[in-house]
Design a protein around this ligand. Structure first.
Ligand code: SAM
Length: 283
């Protein structure tokens, strides 16, 4: 089929496709959203696009018209023959039948230079996918993703907001963010209960602040937000440092141990984590 003619409703009908709620299947039926995603991701003919969850291939077809090549990762057995049938003839298309959480993206990316991830993400795994894509240090230029409005708010939240959490710190540490557009439930079939946002995360050349030990910093962040109501002191105790050394680390950082994680800026998390690191390594 001509890529321009790939339409969700028609393919769903043609293949008598049954949506799976548990796989987060809400397919896009609005052409303006599709083109805004492709434009928002700034797709051009030098880009290698990785798409997570192509569904029946509606967004994939738009990406194929602009990109150098597109690799789509789909978990649902029933969608694989549809995608092969509808898009398989395109030389610049390849399909991976796998859970995106189990994909080694380094292997996939190889020595490609301009790699962008584009996805209307299945909402039940949005956060684990973002965490994997950022933490594992893959060479993505940007991620342009459709997510629930609430997750976008958490990503962009500032300290002292109730939405501020480990995801805010992680994304802001590695990326600049920009909202591409809002998307109403009417743009999907079936319609989700929530509003959605297309957000673009541009990976920074260097993290916004550089912690001496990133793993340790994110352990501190996780401990802090796992115990939101508790003090930083209580959270930091889980990092298994002797009491005197932990006291010294707080002292050196100038951060009050009675504060809560949700009040700390990115810079403060890095400072405290660096002081804990120094005490751990006896510097
Ligand atoms: N891209 C299509 C669109 O915009 O119309 C479909 C998006 S739909 C929200 C999410 C897609 O992700 C579905 O095709 C679903 O089967 C797929 N999916 C769900 N869990 C997945 C996983 N763990 N790995 C890869 N794909 C997954």
């Amino acid at each position: 089929m001509d890529l321009k003619d790939i339409k969700t409703q028609e393919l769903v009908k043609k293949y008598n496709f049954k949506f799976s709620k548990s796989l987060g299947q809400n397919f896009l039926v609005d052409d303006s959203v599709l083109s805004d995603i492709v434009d928002g991701a700034d797709v051009n003919n030098e880009d290698f696009i990785i798409e997570i969850g192509p569904g029946v291939g509606t967004l994939t077809a738009q990406l194929l018209m602009k990109a150098k090549k597109v690799t789509a990762i789909e978990l649902d057995n029933d969608l694989i023959p549809i995608l092969e049938q509808e898009l398989g003839e395109n030389q610049n298309f390849s399909l991976i039948h796998k859970d995106a959480l189990k994909v080694d993206f380094n292997e996939l990316i190889g020595d490609e230079k301009s790699v962008k991830l584009v996805a209307n993400l299945p909402y039940y795994v949005t956060t684990p996918i973002i965490v994997k894509l950022l933490k594992d240090g893959y060479n993505f230029k940007s991620l342009t993703i459709m997510i629930q409005k609430e997750v976008a708010e958490r990503i962009n939240a500032e300290p002292d907001c109730k939405e501020y959490g480990a995801l805010s710190v992680l994304v802001q540490y590695y990326c600049n963010t920009s909202i591409v557009r809002r998307v109403a439930p009417t743009c999907f079939m079936p319609r989700p209960k929530v509003e959605s946002i297309v957000i673009r995360l541009d990976r920074l050349e260097e993290p916004r602040v550089k912690a001496k030990d990133t793993k340790l910093m994110f352990e501190l962040v996780r401990a802090g937000f796992n115990m939101r109501r508790k003090t930083l002191w209580n959270a930091a105790k889980t990092l298994k440092l002797e009491k005197e050394k932990l006291e010294e680390a707080f002292e050196r950082s100038g951060i009050d141990p009675k504060r809560r994680a949700e009040t700390l800026t990115l810079e403060e998390f890095a400072t405290l984590s660096d002081c804990i690191y120094d005490m751990k390594t006896n510097c």
